[in-house]
Design a protein around this ligand. Structure first.
Ligand code: SAH
Length: 349
């Protein structure tokens, strides 16, 4: 059996593991501190852990480190894209966005994705594998190491569907915010989902203070089904109901993401229907100009169209913002860099 990744244990689980070695809880805390506070990448660096125990750790566990294979820095804005090698010829990507309030990082939750949204590059090769909690945290730690600056905000909005990797994502959320570790407030974390309804209910019950973002991208089920296969499993009304439940239970405002695709979902009638669907829900709509992906024929709505879509929603009482387009010169949209890297590799081989 493969050795398990020590960075992927929550403090509670690590304490249990160490107990089975006859170690006291404070040892687990020390090891956890090395991994998640000091963020070391080898057992040897854990200098206050006895050589004996370090050896035992090395024999029984591994550290799944991430290696930067490519870093692209946008010339247009303060966005950088990192491509990480996670072993077995698998690469994943993360995006760093520098804002006045701090450094935000968009992390991947899976290598690839099996949700099949027609506009998304991450899903084209299907799902390679789920990421471990330590590999999600590792994206943040590596970027902190590379920049020498702390990451203040995290969005789980890179490749993958986080609610399709639920347990690992939950452990990651625990690890990243624990005081004995990286100590990042849940209020500074956003989880974005394509809308797996039963998992939204489950997440609501966890009563975390994270922000939930739902990729809606349509005003009704017919249009949604055309671009998002998940809509065939969970219909529109049940998704909106789950979003309301999440907002009511956690008292956190839900974000709806809506990528505007010319002629598909960007009409005035679409805006009006969307507003009527969201009325009364504690929410906020984030309009995104769709990024072109070669494989599909979708075209971004015009600036003017985006503006008038936003105005219609606002006039009808729905809080709306338009996302700034970041890093388009470095393939910063979901899955694009990873995909172009893989294509390049195939050509080389
Ligand atoms: N699976 C999750 C998170 C990853 S996708 C989800 O669906 O939310 C992150 C966001 O990027 C989603 O809102 C997704 O719909 C959006 N996205 C994917 N491809 C896009 C594209 N070509 N242009 C604009 N947004 C895109």
């Amino acid at each position: 059996m493969d050795k398990r990744d020590l960075r992927s244990f929550t403090l509670e689980k690590l304490t249990e593991e160490m107990k089975s070695f006859g170690e006291k809880p404070f040892r687990a805390k020390q090891i956890y501190g090395w991994l998640h506070q000091k963020q070391v990448t080898s057992f040897d660096e854990m200098t206050n852990i006895s050589k004996d125990l370090r050896k035992k750790l090395e024999e029984n566990y591994t550290l799944k480190n991430l290696k930067i294979v490519e870093k692209l820095v946008s010339k247009e804005d303060n966005t950088s894209k990192y491509l990480f090698d996670i072993g077995d010829n698998i690469v994943i990507e993360s995006v760093l966005m520098k804002y006045s309030y701090g450094n935000a990082v968009c992390i991947s939750s899976q290598a690839g994705c099996r949700m099949g949204c027609t506009f998304c590059a991450s899903t084209i090769g299907g799902l390679e594998r789920d990421l471990l909690p330590g590999e999600m945290a590792g994206q943040i730690y590596e970027i902190q190491r590379d920049t020498g600056e702390r990451v203040s905000n995290v969005v789980i909005m890179g490749s993958g569907e986080p609610l399709d990797n639920y347990d690992n994502v939950l452990d990651f959320l625990e690890i990243i915010h624990s005081k004995e570790g990286n100590n990042l407030s849940h209020r500074h974390i956003t989880l974005s989902t394509c809308g797996i309804v039963d998992k939204i209910y489950k997440l609501a019950e966890e009563k975390l203070q994270i922000t939930l973002a739902i990729s809606l991208h349509a005003p009704n089920n017919e249009i949604r089904q055309n671009t998002m296969p998940v809509a065939r499993k969970y219909d529109y009304d049940s998704l909106i109901k789950a979003a309301k439940y999440y907002a009511d239970t956690t008292k956190r405002r839900v974000t709806f993401e809506y990528a505007l695709i010319k002629g598909v979902n960007d009409g005035e009638d679409n805006a009006r229907e969307l507003a009527s669907r969201l009325k009364g829900l504690m929410c906020h709509v984030n309009l995104i100009p769709v990024n072109d992906v070669k494989e599909n024929n979708y075209v971004r709505s015009t600036e003017e169209n985006i503006r008038s879509f936003a105005e219609t929603l606002q006039r009808l009482g729905i809080e709306t913002t338009v996302r700034r387009k970041l890093g388009s010169d470095i393939n910063a949209a979901c899955g694009q860099l990873r995909k172009s890297y893989k294509e390049k590799k195939v050509k080389e081989e």
